[in-house]
Design a protein around this ligand. Sequence first.
Ligand code: HMG
Ligand code: MG
Length: 301
Amino acid sequence: MLPNRVTIVDVGPRDGLQNEKQTVSTAHKVELVHRLQAAGLREIEVTSFVSPKWVPQMADNAKVMSGLRRQANVRYSVLVPNMKGLEAALPTEPDEVVVFGAASEAFSQRNINCGIAESIERFRPVVAAAHDSNLKVRGAISCSLGCPYQGAVSPDEVERVVMLMKGIGVDHCGVADTIGVGTPKRVQAAMERALKHYPLHEVSGHFHDTYGQALANIYACLAMGIHTFDASIAGLGGCPYAKGATGNVATEDVVFMLNGLDVETGVDLDTLVDAGAFISEALGRPPVSRAGKALLAKRVP
Ligand code: HMG
Ligand code: MG
């Protein structure tokens, strides 16, 4: 039995664009969010409040947030690594914030410049202050299936961070395969550890598609009843601190698969494909999404 309905969090504007070397204008970023919401996405990760020295592409975070024409039924989230990030994010009125840790010490150091234990101490006041402002806090656990510096990562290492996040009150647990090395059975083993501490509706998968395993991994999660997944329009992205890692699974591909499984997403695939074509054109390359490319090709008379 698969879930009847899946919630897709489109992380394209954040995870997708953070890695772009070329300048992407604030207007294009805002337009991308508008196109995603027009396609029916109800959860959109818009930007991140991180150091502009580390991730220059997200330096216009507040401008993007203030440029949005918001829909009441859409939740707009932003990444915040520390109190400084949260303090900058709060005036822009996100609906939820995301703290991001890692299951591997080495990746934690490279990505956020501190070890796992210290990252949790940085997140602790962020979670408390976000809750004081009635914001939900999602937690992302990078490198849950493998690390570009450490190599293999065990389910025990994942569970350790799941428990640490839970201990500081993080509401939602996102299990992330930053470098896309996970395969279905190993993904299920990692997810089982998250599900020991969080309910089904507060566990999600975030699968980069570097090795082409993301859809298979999502299917493996669906079989466990997990019904929330991150995906990135046009398959954009990667992490600046995970060299060679490609984008997240393309939202178009996930919606195409779920349509075929009769699982509801609320997303209109044609409008979504247009959104993918829009941002790909702005970036000067074809969409990475296989379904996006195929559907665009079919439109040519
Ligand atoms: P740090 O250097 O350790 O921080 O960076 P610090 O507290 O020592 O401060 C150093 C300087 O940074 C100071 O400025 C601070 O004001 C400034 P200076 O006095 O030198 O001019 N600073 C900030 N500026 C803006 N916003 C902030 C902020 N904090 C400090 N929030 C920090 C620590 C986390 C900030 C840094 O390492 C950083 O920004 N890292 C970027 C991490 C990142 O964005 N990675 C990509 C997103 S995560 C991801 O993609 C994975 C995910 O998709 C899941 C998956 O796939 O795995 C979520
Ligand atoms: Mg990611």
